[in-house]
Design a protein around this ligand. Sequence first.
Ligand SMILES: Nc1nc2c(ncn2[C@@H]2O[C@H](COP(=O)(O)OP(=O)(O)OP(=O)(O)O)[C@@H](O)[C@H]2O)c(=O)[nH]1
Ligand SMILES: [Zn+2]
Length: 345
Amino acid sequence: MTLTLAGLGWSAHFLSQLDPSEIGHLRPARVAAVHRDRIETLTETGPLGLVLPASLSTADLAVGDWVLAEAEVPRVARLLDRHSDLHRRAPGSDATRQLIAANLDGLAIVSSCNAEYSTARLERYLALARSAGISPVVVLTKADLADPAPWLDEAVRAARDAPVLAVDARDPASVARLADWCGRGHTLGLVGSSGVGKSTLAATLTGQALATAGTSELKDKGRHTTTSRQLVPTLGGGWLIDTPGMRELQLADAAEGIAATFDDIEALAADCRFSDCAHEGEPGCAVARAVEDGTLDPARLNRWRKLKREDRFNAMSLAEARARSRAFGRKTRDIGRQKEERNRW
Ligand SMILES: Nc1nc2c(ncn2[C@@H]2O[C@H](COP(=O)(O)OP(=O)(O)OP(=O)(O)O)[C@@H](O)[C@H]2O)c(=O)[nH]1
Ligand SMILES: [Zn+2]
């Protein structure tokens, strides 16, 4: 495989960050896998393993990132600014954001034409993509198993300006409609619930059976694994990012994306009499009026509220969460003392 910088996803955005003194001396490399103490990259001349300088930790980097590598020693000189970055709420009870992938151009939100489909989940992923500055495309798989029309209707309504495709993920001719999102130099990510067909879609797009690093390590147990590269070339000359954390994501700090995904409700809210209207029965509420006259589906309004609540909750920093729980502890202690005092009488 011959690689070019443009073919790897290099663009003016990255070139403009180079200092003239760095050209010729440092070489651009795209991160294909992040390990505990080193990274694997792809360069114009092929794969290149790099160690990190003391100023960078592997948590600062994600698959898809561009770095400048020193030519002499195989080491990262510096990380280039991203044009998009995908975060998720870290698993567990803390509320920290975790970088999942960098410099994605598109995010395929995968769902299937069956009971798995959920408009609420679709909206959550649309908000996530839009907050990250990544163009979403909705892919409804298993269109060969049922008439996709009802799912298409629902998804098109929720997608706003994002395209919606119904496909048979196993069929290259059907999946070819996704070609624009992973053509030369373009990088696509896949998200969706388990079993919707992400691996199938990835295999059709790349021409190779693809698994997340975790599962490929399991499958390859006993054999010597050479690589766990997560930036995978597509047949169309683009790239697919498939990392373990990528497949199912929780919102974190996605307020902008939620506003873009529910722009109809946001526009209504701007017409409410009170600028801080909570749309909970206040007089002059344009949102309530739209529900009453049938132009706004109350279920959509509820999904918007729920997503905003979830995002607010997830965006709460660990420190804030701790502070709140300390304050809550104080309050319950106070109530306990008051009760004790009352009981003394
Ligand atoms: N008929 C049909 N079957 C499909 C289609 N897409 C996926 N499948 C099947 O659905 C099953 C699940 O597909 P996977 O690709 O493993 O789903 P996944 O999203 O990767 O699931 P996880 O690995 O658990 O995240 C497999 O048996 C696929 O062959 C499709 O478009 N049509
Ligand atoms: Zn209102």
